[in-house]
Design a protein around this ligand. Sequence first.
Ligand SMILES: [Zn+2]
Length: 685
Amino acid sequence: MSFRSRISPSRREFLGNLALAGMASTLPASPLFDAPASAATLSPAAAVKNRVPLAPSAFYPLPLGSIHPAGWLKSQLQIQTSGLSGHLDETWSDVGSNSGWLGGSGESWERGPYFLDGLLPLAYLLGDTRLKTKAQKYIDWTLSHQSPSGMIGPSSNDDWWPRIVMLKVLTQYQEATGDPRVVPLMDKYFRHQFAELPSRPLRDWGKFRWQDNLLSVLWLYNRTGSPYLLDLARLLHRQGYDWMAQYANFQYTQRITSEFLKLNNEANGLKDLALSTHGVNNGQAIKTGPVWSLVSGSPADRSAVLKMITELDKYHGLPNGMFSCDEHLAGLDPSQGSELCTVVEYMFSLEQSLAIVGDPALGDRLEKLAFNALPGTLTDDMWAHQYNQEPNQVECSLHHKPWTTDGPESNLYGLEPNFGCCTANFHQGWPKFAASLFFVSGAQDTDSRDGLVAAVYAPCELRTTLRGTAVRVVEETSYPFRGTVRLTVNPASPLSFPLQFRIPAWATGTTISINGHPEPRPTAGSFAQVERTWRAGDRIELVFPMAPRVSRWFHDSVAIERGPLVFSYGIGESWVKLRDRGMTADWQVFPSTAWNYALEIDPTAPEKSIEVTEAEIGPEPFARSHVPVRLSVKARKLDKWRAEDGVANPIPQSPVVSDRPEETISLIPYAAAKLRITAFPQCKS
Ligand SMILES: [Zn+2]
């Protein structure tokens, strides 16, 4: 099916997929939109594979709308809907009714598209009519205001960068709705860009984020096959920044200082040195090798993603899975921060890279970011966020340390601390993760071997079609808080296909059983595959052992992990409102207890020194008030480890000696502790 009938859904199908009774009034008056929706048209779309001569991907994303969140994940998305994501346009004028992306004279650059890049998938994952109607206003304005030249977006600027974001929005929207206006608009836009780039080349953000432009070009090529799109892809590659060269010989191995950034003075535009060491740019760049490898066919390009992550981990890696970027690469000290935009862009890069490369380590990292760094930098109700989060975050207050170039508000929880990019951009984190739980596997030129891939784990229901047969998979799990994942496979009629499961690298001893019968033990850090004729009601149970583990960080400090969760000591928190901000507020958080603990732990057998206590998942899955899992460890206070200006001093080199009495302290999921110690000194044994 991979090359057949990918576009031109009928108007009936389009309206059926919208499934929006109230939408009719927002759609343009056109004979295209006069047919009533029909339940018969709601059969899920199949995945679209790479069209030759593009190289094959290991897996293919499913169209938005195939995966329906359930359980705690659905609760999390509903919290997001009730929080800032569902109301941002009502309280923040940058994406409000005067937005340039609605034809107004207000903000006309990246903020409108950023907001939609999360609002749109959130709306369609939940089937939320209110959010769909909100998103549709911006979509309709964009679709109905293309200039005769092919340009899209506000006429007040012609920057390629914000359009790169809006194109990502339009591809998701087309997949969810089949709106027949999207493909022609994108084709006209890319023809314009192809003609214009030689005289008006990529610059600034667009030059450093060209791989996201490429992603939408290849999305369209897979649907139309127009040869000029491959020439446009090569032109973007030629004009874009060479990220693969940067990481083939990585030079930025130290904390980037403002003095270093001043070395590079260019007369025109933003400075390349600043942009190439910028956290968000690097987060977006992680997908460059895999996406470009679809055009180049080069295995070295494809595996460049692993090299990039290795270099970032080695010189800037933090125990929450992030690299430091506050807002340039900032070294290994766990008191340095990571910008929220980088968290969600790194996640999106991993989702794209995991599909193309098929390396399970990319899924491991994606889960680490999704279950730790993402919720850890947002309040539990998702009404406030930080610009920078720190693994060792002992105070959130107005201070200049330890940031290099960011301002004193950078780790407050609020509406737009430091700068409003994250306010507009954070919305994509959870929805795109939810949309990436399953992929399709199979050959590029035939669907006869197509199968399904459980890529990352959270409760959901998958509805898709394999070789014309509707298949429904129900995933029931409390992962990442528990290690058991139960899947029920329901094909409309018995169907033979391979089903793959990602076995995380930490999950040695995983068991798989089918209808109660054990399968051969899978290898940790692999995709396990079961191929059989599946019948409705077939049950699969995966059990991932969740023994606590110790990982080693800056100055030989230790962090405790269990499954995909990272654990932190939750410092007592005193929340002090700094000011009201429309429907939300800005908050400082001050420590109300000591935090300077060193752990008494045997890293060779951590399970012997760590006690695990489990509880039910609460209504806010990552909230401190209902922690689903808690670890008890022995610790001693370390008097010489202090804070200055609201920041923990560099963590003392381990092992350390303390003559303070031994205490038992409780570690909770990283995200539950908004003030926290995550990397601990280790006591000398
Ligand atoms: Zn940001």
